[in-house]
Design a protein around this ligand. Structure first.
Ligand SMILES: Cc1cc2nc3c(=O)[nH]c(=O)nc-3n(C[C@H](O)[C@H](O)[C@H](O)COP(=O)(O)OP(=O)(O)OC[C@H]3O[C@@H](n4cnc5c(N)ncnc54)[C@H](O)[C@@H]3O)c2cc1C
Length: 338
Protein backbone atom coordinates (compact mmCIF):
# COMPACT_ATOMS: atom_id res chain seq x y z
CA UNK A 1 0.00 0.00 0.00
CA UNK A 2 1.37 3.42 -0.91
CA UNK A 3 1.56 5.50 2.22
CA UNK A 4 0.98 9.24 1.82
CA UNK A 5 2.88 11.11 4.50
CA UNK A 6 3.21 14.75 5.42
CA UNK A 7 6.92 14.32 4.72
CA UNK A 8 6.11 14.38 1.04
CA UNK A 9 5.97 10.64 0.41
CA UNK A 10 3.59 9.56 -2.25
CA UNK A 11 -0.07 8.71 -1.76
CA UNK A 12 -2.10 6.86 -4.36
CA UNK A 13 -0.93 8.21 -7.71
CA UNK A 14 -3.15 9.03 -10.57
CA UNK A 15 -1.84 6.19 -12.62
CA UNK A 16 -3.49 6.75 -15.99
CA UNK A 17 -3.66 3.02 -16.67
CA UNK A 18 -5.27 2.38 -13.34
CA UNK A 19 -7.55 5.36 -13.67
CA UNK A 20 -8.72 4.16 -17.04
CA UNK A 21 -9.33 0.81 -15.39
CA UNK A 22 -11.92 2.31 -12.98
CA UNK A 23 -15.28 1.57 -14.44
CA UNK A 24 -18.70 0.67 -13.14
CA UNK A 25 -21.29 -1.77 -14.45
CA UNK A 26 -23.23 -0.11 -17.27
CA UNK A 27 -26.60 1.17 -15.99
CA UNK A 28 -27.98 2.09 -19.39
CA UNK A 29 -29.50 -1.28 -20.37
CA UNK A 30 -31.65 -1.13 -17.22
CA UNK A 31 -32.51 2.54 -17.52
CA UNK A 32 -33.38 2.81 -21.21
CA UNK A 33 -36.63 0.81 -20.91
CA UNK A 34 -37.99 3.05 -18.09
CA UNK A 35 -37.04 6.29 -19.86
CA UNK A 36 -38.48 5.96 -23.40
CA UNK A 37 -39.18 9.70 -23.76
CA UNK A 38 -35.87 10.99 -22.45
CA UNK A 39 -34.52 13.88 -24.55
CA UNK A 40 -31.26 14.62 -22.74
CA UNK A 41 -27.93 12.82 -23.02
CA UNK A 42 -27.25 9.81 -20.79
CA UNK A 43 -23.89 8.05 -21.03
CA UNK A 44 -22.10 5.38 -18.97
CA UNK A 45 -18.70 5.71 -17.29
CA UNK A 46 -17.96 9.33 -18.11
CA UNK A 47 -14.83 11.10 -16.87
CA UNK A 48 -15.43 13.73 -14.19
CA UNK A 49 -11.77 14.74 -14.02
CA UNK A 50 -12.29 16.42 -17.40
CA UNK A 51 -15.09 18.64 -16.10
CA UNK A 52 -13.93 19.58 -12.60
CA UNK A 53 -11.30 22.11 -11.54
CA UNK A 54 -9.01 19.74 -9.63
CA UNK A 55 -8.92 17.42 -12.65
CA UNK A 56 -8.70 14.28 -10.53
CA UNK A 57 -10.93 11.36 -9.64
CA UNK A 58 -12.75 8.48 -11.22
CA UNK A 59 -15.73 8.44 -13.57
CA UNK A 60 -19.45 8.88 -13.07
CA UNK A 61 -21.22 5.54 -13.34
CA UNK A 62 -23.58 7.41 -15.65
CA UNK A 63 -23.67 11.09 -16.59
CA UNK A 64 -26.99 12.71 -17.49
CA UNK A 65 -27.25 16.09 -19.20
CA UNK A 66 -30.97 16.95 -19.27
CA UNK A 67 -32.44 18.83 -22.23
CA UNK A 68 -34.43 21.19 -19.99
CA UNK A 69 -36.29 21.32 -16.66
CA UNK A 70 -39.16 19.15 -17.92
CA UNK A 71 -36.70 16.50 -19.11
CA UNK A 72 -34.93 16.62 -15.74
CA UNK A 73 -38.25 16.19 -13.92
CA UNK A 74 -39.20 13.29 -16.21
CA UNK A 75 -35.86 11.61 -15.53
CA UNK A 76 -36.11 11.97 -11.75
CA UNK A 77 -39.72 10.77 -11.69
CA UNK A 78 -38.85 7.61 -13.59
CA UNK A 79 -35.42 6.39 -12.49
CA UNK A 80 -35.48 3.87 -9.63
CA UNK A 81 -35.79 5.73 -6.31
CA UNK A 82 -32.82 3.85 -4.81
CA UNK A 83 -30.37 4.97 -7.52
CA UNK A 84 -27.97 7.56 -6.03
CA UNK A 85 -28.10 10.94 -7.78
CA UNK A 86 -25.38 13.59 -7.53
CA UNK A 87 -25.60 16.97 -9.23
CA UNK A 88 -22.54 18.94 -10.23
CA UNK A 89 -22.11 22.41 -11.66
CA UNK A 90 -18.82 23.68 -13.07
CA UNK A 91 -16.88 21.58 -10.58
CA UNK A 92 -15.08 24.53 -8.99
CA UNK A 93 -15.82 23.46 -5.43
CA UNK A 94 -15.65 19.68 -5.83
CA UNK A 95 -13.22 16.88 -5.13
CA UNK A 96 -14.15 13.69 -6.98
CA UNK A 97 -12.65 10.64 -5.28
CA UNK A 98 -10.46 8.21 -7.21
CA UNK A 99 -12.99 5.38 -7.33
CA UNK A 100 -15.56 7.56 -9.11
CA UNK A 101 -19.19 8.33 -8.34
CA UNK A 102 -21.66 5.43 -8.23
CA UNK A 103 -25.13 6.07 -9.65
CA UNK A 104 -26.07 9.04 -11.79
CA UNK A 105 -24.25 12.34 -11.96
CA UNK A 106 -26.38 15.14 -13.39
CA UNK A 107 -24.82 18.16 -15.05
CA UNK A 108 -27.00 20.93 -16.39
CA UNK A 109 -26.13 22.20 -19.84
CA UNK A 110 -27.49 24.35 -22.62
CA UNK A 111 -31.13 23.90 -21.59
CA UNK A 112 -30.35 25.83 -18.41
CA UNK A 113 -28.13 28.55 -19.86
CA UNK A 114 -30.64 31.33 -20.51
CA UNK A 115 -30.42 34.85 -19.00
CA UNK A 116 -33.39 37.27 -19.04
CA UNK A 117 -33.50 40.86 -17.80
CA UNK A 118 -36.82 41.63 -16.10
CA UNK A 119 -38.44 44.93 -15.08
CA UNK A 120 -37.43 46.56 -11.79
CA UNK A 121 -33.67 45.81 -12.05
CA UNK A 122 -34.22 42.09 -11.87
CA UNK A 123 -32.35 39.39 -13.76
CA UNK A 124 -33.20 35.72 -14.16
CA UNK A 125 -30.64 33.02 -14.96
CA UNK A 126 -30.66 29.29 -15.62
CA UNK A 127 -28.67 27.19 -13.18
CA UNK A 128 -25.97 26.35 -15.75
CA UNK A 129 -25.09 30.02 -16.35
CA UNK A 130 -21.56 30.82 -15.11
CA UNK A 131 -21.65 33.40 -12.30
CA UNK A 132 -19.27 35.69 -14.20
CA UNK A 133 -21.54 35.65 -17.25
CA UNK A 134 -24.49 36.74 -15.12
CA UNK A 135 -22.38 39.54 -13.63
CA UNK A 136 -21.56 40.74 -17.16
CA UNK A 137 -25.19 40.55 -18.32
CA UNK A 138 -26.31 42.52 -15.26
CA UNK A 139 -23.64 45.17 -15.96
CA UNK A 140 -24.74 45.45 -19.58
CA UNK A 141 -28.32 45.99 -18.40
CA UNK A 142 -27.25 48.66 -15.87
CA UNK A 143 -28.09 46.44 -12.89
CA UNK A 144 -25.71 46.85 -9.95
CA UNK A 145 -25.21 44.42 -7.07
CA UNK A 146 -23.88 41.32 -8.84
CA UNK A 147 -20.32 42.43 -9.63
CA UNK A 148 -19.02 40.10 -6.91
CA UNK A 149 -20.03 37.15 -9.11
CA UNK A 150 -17.27 38.21 -11.53
CA UNK A 151 -14.71 36.44 -9.35
CA UNK A 152 -16.54 33.19 -8.58
CA UNK A 153 -15.79 30.51 -11.18
CA UNK A 154 -18.92 28.41 -10.59
CA UNK A 155 -22.44 28.23 -12.00
CA UNK A 156 -25.69 29.67 -10.65
CA UNK A 157 -26.69 26.17 -9.43
CA UNK A 158 -23.47 25.91 -7.41
CA UNK A 159 -23.91 29.46 -6.12
CA UNK A 160 -27.41 28.63 -4.86
CA UNK A 161 -26.23 25.45 -3.12
CA UNK A 162 -23.13 27.08 -1.61
CA UNK A 163 -24.55 30.58 -0.99
CA UNK A 164 -21.43 31.65 -2.87
CA UNK A 165 -20.02 35.00 -1.88
CA UNK A 166 -17.06 37.30 -2.09
CA UNK A 167 -16.01 40.90 -1.49
CA UNK A 168 -18.56 41.39 1.31
CA UNK A 169 -21.59 40.05 -0.57
CA UNK A 170 -23.25 36.65 -0.81
CA UNK A 171 -25.81 35.08 -3.10
CA UNK A 172 -28.57 35.56 -0.51
CA UNK A 173 -28.02 39.35 -0.58
CA UNK A 174 -29.34 39.54 -4.15
CA UNK A 175 -31.56 36.48 -4.51
CA UNK A 176 -35.35 36.82 -4.85
CA UNK A 177 -36.30 33.21 -5.56
CA UNK A 178 -35.05 29.97 -7.05
CA UNK A 179 -36.63 27.03 -8.79
CA UNK A 180 -35.74 23.41 -8.12
CA UNK A 181 -36.75 19.85 -8.92
CA UNK A 182 -36.90 17.33 -6.09
CA UNK A 183 -35.77 13.69 -6.22
CA UNK A 184 -39.22 12.53 -7.34
CA UNK A 185 -39.43 15.04 -10.17
CA UNK A 186 -41.72 17.64 -8.54
CA UNK A 187 -41.04 21.28 -9.43
CA UNK A 188 -40.68 23.82 -6.60
CA UNK A 189 -40.53 27.59 -6.40
CA UNK A 190 -38.46 28.69 -3.41
CA UNK A 191 -38.56 32.14 -1.86
CA UNK A 192 -35.38 33.52 -0.28
CA UNK A 193 -36.45 32.36 3.23
CA UNK A 194 -37.25 28.91 1.79
CA UNK A 195 -33.62 28.70 0.67
CA UNK A 196 -32.44 28.79 4.33
CA UNK A 197 -29.09 30.20 3.33
CA UNK A 198 -26.27 30.51 5.80
CA UNK A 199 -22.52 30.91 5.30
CA UNK A 200 -21.60 28.76 2.25
CA UNK A 201 -24.70 26.63 2.70
CA UNK A 202 -28.34 26.26 1.69
CA UNK A 203 -30.72 24.28 3.88
CA UNK A 204 -32.74 23.04 0.87
CA UNK A 205 -32.68 19.20 0.83
CA UNK A 206 -29.40 17.98 -0.64
CA UNK A 207 -31.06 15.98 -3.42
CA UNK A 208 -33.03 18.91 -4.87
CA UNK A 209 -31.62 20.29 -8.09
CA UNK A 210 -31.80 24.03 -8.71
CA UNK A 211 -32.85 24.96 -12.22
CA UNK A 212 -32.96 28.77 -12.18
CA UNK A 213 -32.73 31.86 -10.01
CA UNK A 214 -34.13 35.39 -9.97
CA UNK A 215 -31.97 38.21 -8.62
CA UNK A 216 -32.75 41.75 -7.51
CA UNK A 217 -30.25 44.48 -8.26
CA UNK A 218 -30.25 48.25 -8.07
CA UNK A 219 -29.97 50.81 -10.90
CA UNK A 220 -26.32 51.39 -11.84
CA UNK A 221 -24.07 52.90 -14.50
CA UNK A 222 -22.67 50.25 -16.81
CA UNK A 223 -19.18 51.83 -16.77
CA UNK A 224 -19.07 51.93 -12.97
CA UNK A 225 -20.21 48.30 -12.67
CA UNK A 226 -17.63 47.16 -15.23
CA UNK A 227 -14.94 49.03 -13.30
CA UNK A 228 -15.96 47.24 -10.11
CA UNK A 229 -15.88 43.91 -11.96
CA UNK A 230 -12.37 44.64 -13.24
CA UNK A 231 -11.26 45.42 -9.69
CA UNK A 232 -12.69 42.09 -8.55
CA UNK A 233 -10.81 40.29 -11.36
CA UNK A 234 -7.55 42.11 -10.59
CA UNK A 235 -7.84 41.29 -6.90
CA UNK A 236 -8.31 37.60 -7.73
CA UNK A 237 -5.36 37.51 -10.06
CA UNK A 238 -3.11 39.06 -7.42
CA UNK A 239 -4.31 37.06 -4.43
CA UNK A 240 -5.59 33.65 -5.51
CA UNK A 241 -4.04 30.82 -7.57
CA UNK A 242 -6.84 31.08 -10.13
CA UNK A 243 -4.84 29.53 -12.97
CA UNK A 244 -4.08 26.35 -11.00
CA UNK A 245 -5.95 23.09 -10.63
CA UNK A 246 -7.71 23.90 -7.37
CA UNK A 247 -11.10 23.79 -5.64
CA UNK A 248 -11.14 27.33 -4.26
CA UNK A 249 -11.26 27.84 -0.50
CA UNK A 250 -10.77 24.43 1.07
CA UNK A 251 -12.18 25.16 4.52
CA UNK A 252 -14.88 27.48 5.82
CA UNK A 253 -13.74 30.37 7.95
CA UNK A 254 -14.53 29.52 11.59
CA UNK A 255 -16.66 32.21 13.27
CA UNK A 256 -14.43 35.17 14.12
CA UNK A 257 -11.35 33.70 12.45
CA UNK A 258 -9.79 33.08 9.02
CA UNK A 259 -9.03 29.57 7.84
CA UNK A 260 -5.91 30.76 6.01
CA UNK A 261 -4.48 32.43 9.12
CA UNK A 262 -4.97 29.26 11.17
CA UNK A 263 -3.40 27.15 8.41
CA UNK A 264 -0.45 29.52 8.14
CA UNK A 265 0.04 29.62 11.92
CA UNK A 266 0.03 25.78 11.97
CA UNK A 267 2.97 25.84 9.55
CA UNK A 268 1.12 24.32 6.60
CA UNK A 269 1.83 26.89 3.86
CA UNK A 270 3.49 24.98 1.02
CA UNK A 271 2.94 21.58 2.68
CA UNK A 272 3.00 18.81 0.08
CA UNK A 273 1.66 15.26 -0.10
CA UNK A 274 2.23 13.42 -3.35
CA UNK A 275 1.15 15.77 -6.12
CA UNK A 276 -0.96 17.95 -3.84
CA UNK A 277 0.30 21.13 -2.22
CA UNK A 278 -1.02 23.87 0.05
CA UNK A 279 -0.80 26.99 -2.12
CA UNK A 280 2.11 29.31 -1.33
CA UNK A 281 0.00 32.22 -2.56
CA UNK A 282 -3.15 31.56 -0.51
CA UNK A 283 -2.87 28.79 2.03
CA UNK A 284 -6.60 27.98 2.18
CA UNK A 285 -6.25 26.73 -1.42
CA UNK A 286 -4.97 23.24 -2.26
CA UNK A 287 -3.30 22.74 -5.63
CA UNK A 288 -2.91 19.72 -7.88
CA UNK A 289 0.53 19.99 -9.47
CA UNK A 290 -0.81 17.81 -12.32
CA UNK A 291 0.29 14.51 -10.77
CA UNK A 292 -2.01 14.41 -7.72
CA UNK A 293 -4.64 11.80 -7.05
CA UNK A 294 -7.84 12.74 -5.26
CA UNK A 295 -6.47 10.81 -2.29
CA UNK A 296 -3.34 13.00 -2.20
CA UNK A 297 -5.57 16.09 -2.07
CA UNK A 298 -7.96 14.73 0.54
CA UNK A 299 -5.07 13.41 2.65
CA UNK A 300 -3.40 16.82 2.49
CA UNK A 301 -6.65 18.50 3.56
CA UNK A 302 -7.10 16.11 6.49
CA UNK A 303 -3.46 16.59 7.50
CA UNK A 304 -3.97 20.37 7.52
CA UNK A 305 -7.12 19.93 9.63
CA UNK A 306 -5.23 17.78 12.13
CA UNK A 307 -2.31 20.22 12.36
CA UNK A 308 -4.62 23.21 12.80
CA UNK A 309 -6.56 21.34 15.49
CA UNK A 310 -3.32 20.56 17.33
CA UNK A 311 -1.94 24.09 16.97
CA UNK A 312 -5.05 26.14 17.75
CA UNK A 313 -7.88 23.86 18.88
CA UNK A 314 -9.99 24.89 15.83
CA UNK A 315 -11.75 22.08 13.93
CA UNK A 316 -11.77 23.33 10.35
CA UNK A 317 -14.82 22.28 8.31
CA UNK A 318 -14.43 21.40 4.65
CA UNK A 319 -15.98 23.92 2.28
CA UNK A 320 -14.98 21.80 -0.72
CA UNK A 321 -17.60 19.12 -1.37
CA UNK A 322 -16.12 15.63 -1.67
CA UNK A 323 -18.08 13.17 -3.77
CA UNK A 324 -17.70 9.55 -4.78
CA UNK A 325 -15.77 6.61 -3.35
CA UNK A 326 -12.07 5.84 -2.88
CA UNK A 327 -10.30 3.16 -4.86
CA UNK A 328 -11.02 -0.27 -3.41
CA UNK A 329 -9.66 -0.63 0.10
CA UNK A 330 -8.43 2.95 0.39
CA UNK A 331 -9.41 5.18 3.33
CA UNK A 332 -11.34 8.46 3.12
CA UNK A 333 -12.13 11.42 5.33
CA UNK A 334 -10.55 11.74 8.76
CA UNK A 335 -8.92 8.34 8.34
CA UNK A 336 -6.48 10.10 6.02
CA UNK A 337 -5.33 12.60 8.65
CA UNK A 338 -2.26 12.51 10.85
C1 LIG B 1 -10.18 29.77 -8.07
C2 LIG B 1 -11.47 29.65 -7.28
C3 LIG B 1 -11.96 30.72 -6.59
C4 LIG B 1 -13.14 30.62 -5.85
N1 LIG B 1 -13.61 31.71 -5.17
C5 LIG B 1 -14.78 31.64 -4.48
C6 LIG B 1 -15.32 32.77 -3.78
O1 LIG B 1 -14.76 33.85 -3.79
N2 LIG B 1 -16.48 32.63 -3.13
C7 LIG B 1 -17.16 31.44 -3.10
O2 LIG B 1 -18.25 31.37 -2.49
N3 LIG B 1 -16.68 30.36 -3.74
C8 LIG B 1 -15.52 30.43 -4.43
N4 LIG B 1 -15.04 29.31 -5.08
C9 LIG B 1 -15.76 28.03 -4.96
C10 LIG B 1 -16.82 27.79 -6.04
O3 LIG B 1 -16.54 28.54 -7.22
C11 LIG B 1 -18.21 28.12 -5.56
O4 LIG B 1 -18.58 27.35 -4.43
C12 LIG B 1 -19.26 27.88 -6.63
O5 LIG B 1 -20.50 28.39 -6.19
C13 LIG B 1 -19.43 26.41 -7.01
O6 LIG B 1 -20.20 26.34 -8.18
P1 LIG B 1 -20.04 25.14 -9.21
O7 LIG B 1 -21.02 25.34 -10.30
O8 LIG B 1 -18.63 25.01 -9.63
O9 LIG B 1 -20.49 23.93 -8.30
P2 LIG B 1 -19.77 22.52 -8.09
O10 LIG B 1 -18.39 22.74 -7.57
O11 LIG B 1 -19.90 21.69 -9.30
O12 LIG B 1 -20.68 21.92 -6.93
C14 LIG B 1 -20.64 22.50 -5.65
C15 LIG B 1 -21.89 22.06 -4.88
O13 LIG B 1 -23.03 22.61 -5.50
C16 LIG B 1 -23.97 21.60 -5.83
N5 LIG B 1 -24.65 21.98 -7.06
C17 LIG B 1 -24.09 22.37 -8.23
N6 LIG B 1 -25.06 22.66 -9.12
C18 LIG B 1 -26.23 22.43 -8.49
C19 LIG B 1 -27.60 22.55 -8.88
N7 LIG B 1 -27.97 22.93 -10.10
N8 LIG B 1 -28.56 22.23 -7.97
C20 LIG B 1 -28.22 21.82 -6.71
N9 LIG B 1 -26.96 21.71 -6.30
C21 LIG B 1 -25.98 22.01 -7.17
C22 LIG B 1 -23.13 20.33 -5.98
O14 LIG B 1 -23.90 19.17 -5.74
C23 LIG B 1 -22.09 20.55 -4.89
O15 LIG B 1 -22.64 20.17 -3.63
C24 LIG B 1 -13.85 29.40 -5.82
C25 LIG B 1 -13.35 28.30 -6.54
C26 LIG B 1 -12.18 28.42 -7.26
C27 LIG B 1 -11.67 27.22 -8.03
Amino acid sequence: MAGGGADGSTGVRTDPERERGVSFPDLLPDLAPVLPDLRGRLAANQSLADITWFRVGGPAQALFVPADAADLAYFLANVPAELPITVIGLGSNLLVRDGGVPGIVIRLGRGFAQIAVEPGNRIRAGAAVPDAKLARAAADAGIAGLAFYRGIPGSIGGALRMNAGAHGRETRDALVEARAVDRRGNLHRLSLPDMRMTYRHSGVPGDWIFTEALYQGTPGEQAAILKEMNEVADYREANQPIKERTGGSTFKNPPGSSAWKLIDAAGCRGLRIGGAQVSQMHCNFLINDRSASAEDIERLGETVRARVRDASGHQLQWEIIRIGVPLDGRPTGEALGL
